[in-house]
Design a protein around this ligand. Structure first.
Ligand SMILES: [Zn+2]
Ligand SMILES: [Zn+2]
Length: 302
């Protein structure tokens, strides 16, 4: 699920809006690093999602008296490139665990956002990071692998997560780098972002095993992913068609336009319904794995 921040207007992975367990924020974590207050911004999207998931929404309630509407002014292509740069960073192995590196990255993103005209970013991670003054050598040396290795691993596993079978692009160390510093190919596998994050510092063998125990759940997750993909493609087609029709036909009540809008609304309902079931199942697997991990940790202590 991707959400839109109400300050920077970037559409980012939901991780950027999760403050703690079951809490969704009105602005992204990057804007929070700026020192902006969650309570100063309303976000109907995260609020609605929090309600559906029965999570806590941290932000200005919709309709509450707002101070002057402040937001970042990036143009469309700057927003797009900045979001893909952040996506690429998110996909780096361990980037969600390494808070220091993440903070450093955010500070540079913020500095760029405040003066976007000064540097052109393209969405190409190593090049952009170097342009933003990030110590690229340190980053890729310690924490990650070179791009050829990553590309190789992604190809080798056909972009399929080796834990759950969904689309994956995170090259994952089976055993933690901090423990082993093991960048040999045998120690590398491919994960989806969700598995990558969920696994965190869990031992490879156990994480793999716990997933093996729930084949039906994994199959369902894959089905949801495929269905949602198809629905989104279809929805995009209708939306494009509507844009074209609108262009050709100024008459708002034109029956063709009305029919298209109806179709779009119908599909949005389907997408929302499927997605909420999907998120529920994601949570179910999450809880299953976490409870096994906790038990396992207790056993280790005995
Ligand atoms: Zn933001
Ligand atoms: Zn996965």
């Amino acid at each position: 699920m991707r959400l839109k921040c109400q300050y920077c207007r970037l559409t980012l992975d939901q991780q950027h809006f999760i403050l703690a367990d079951k809490q969704l924020t009105s602005i992204c974590d990057i804007c929070q690093v700026r020192g902006l207050q969650l309570g100063d911004f309303e976000n109907t999207q995260t609020r609605a999602l929090a309600t559906v998931r029965q999570w806590v929404y941290l932000g200005l309630p919709t309709g509450a008296p707002q101070q002057s509407k402040q937001r970042l002014s990036l143009n469309k292509s700057q927003k797009k490139r900045c979001a893909s740069l952040i996506d690429a960073f998110d996909a780096l192995t361990g980037s969600w665990q390494n808070t220091k590196m993440r903070r450093d990255f955010y500070r540079r993103i913020i500095a760029w956002q405040d003066q976007p005209a000064a540097t052109v970013i393209t969405g190409n991670l190593p090049n952009d990071l170097a342009k933003l003054g990030f110590d690229v050598d340190r980053l890729f040396d310690k924490n990650t692998l070179d791009y050829t290795t990553r590309a190789y691993i992604r190809e080798k596993f056909h972009h399929q997560c080796q834990y759950c079978g969904r689309y994956g692009d995170s090259v994952d160390h089976k055993d933690r780098v901090t423990l082993s510093d093991d960048n040999r190919l045998e120690n590398l596998t491919l994960a989806c972002r969700e598995c990558n994050k969920l696994k965190g510092s869990m031992p490879y063998q156990q994480f793999w095993q716990w997933n093996q125990e729930i084949p039906a759940t994994l199959a369902q997750l894959r089905d949801y992913e495929k269905t949602l993909q198809r629905l989104n493609v279809q929805q995009k087609t209708y939306q494009n068609r509507l844009a074209v029709q609108r262009h050709l036909n100024a008459e708002i009540r034109d029956p063709q336009l009305v029919a298209l809008r109806k179709q779009i609304k119908l599909f949005q309902g389907l997408i929302d319904g499927e997605d909420s079931d999907y998120q529920k199942l994601i949570q179910t697997r999450h809880d299953y794995i976490i409870s096994h991990y906790e038990t396992w940790q207790l056993e280790q202590k005995e």
